[in-house]
Design a protein around this ligand. Structure first.
Ligand code: GDP
Length: 193
């Protein structure tokens, strides 16, 4: 099947134990500081905190989507980017059905590190796991260090979707979760089961 981003809708305020149709476990990875926690907070709580407590090891939140009458529950795990937590978070790679790999468009180093995270997914998750590449902080155009074209070219080369976001200005945040959900549901036979 081929789904469209416009087919998805975020549902607010469903009780935690709502009887969903599909459960998807997602993992957000990337270095330290590209905005992983902010993206998750924006998506789930619809706000951008002025200060955020750094994730220690791993944290999780959930949210619901609707897709043509089906209710999809997303269970989203946010990892700490710091190297010292790497062994803590590897266990979560196995259970994840999709990965958001986040870099900061104003931080060249965070982009150059993406291949290391791709290797982590291959090693601790599964080699064909659905993934999307996210360039966050697109509101900081003046400080940009990674062009959209370069990132798109890289994403095309490895064959994964790419999207630029801003957790701060709420640009493409819902869309990026819709996109990853779409990639997972488009796996042959996934949706029919
Ligand atoms: P994490 O370590 O990847 O979870 O990153 P955080 O979510 O803790 O964010 C790191 C810093 O970047 C914080 O100071 C955030 O306020 C800031 N930040 C996150 N997202 C954005 C964004 O879209 N735009 C801007 N300008 N700052 C952001």
């Amino acid at each position: 099947i081929v789904l469209k981003i416009e087919d998805f809708r975020k549902i607010e305020d469903l009780p935690e134990d709502f009887d969903y149709d599909i459960l998807l476990k997602l993992l957000i990875i990337g270095g330290s500081g590209p905005g992983k926690s902010s993206i998750l907070k924006r998506f789930v709580d619809n706000n951008f905190p002025l200060s955020i407590i750094a994730t220690i090891g791993i944290d999780f939140k959930k949210n619901f989507l609707e897709l043509i009458g089906k209710i999809i529950k997303l269970q989203i795990w946010d990892t700490a980017g710091q190297e010292r937590f790497r062994t803590v978070t590897t266990a979560y790679y196995k259970g994840a059905m999709g990965f958001m790999i986040v870099y900061d468009i104003t931080d060249r180093y965070s982009f150059d590190n993406i291949p290391a995270f791709l290797r982590d997914v291959d090693r601790w998750g599964s080699p064909n796991a659905p993934k999307i590449l996210i360039g966050n902080k697109c509101d900081l155009e003046k400080e940009r260090e990674v062009s959209k074209e370069e990132a798109q070219k890289f994403a095309d080369k490895i064959g994964i979707p790419f999207i630029e976001t801003s957790a701060k200005q709420n640009i493409n945040i819902d869309e990026s979760f819709f996109l990853l959900t779409k990639v997972i549901l488009e796996i042959p036979n996934f949706y029919n089961n």
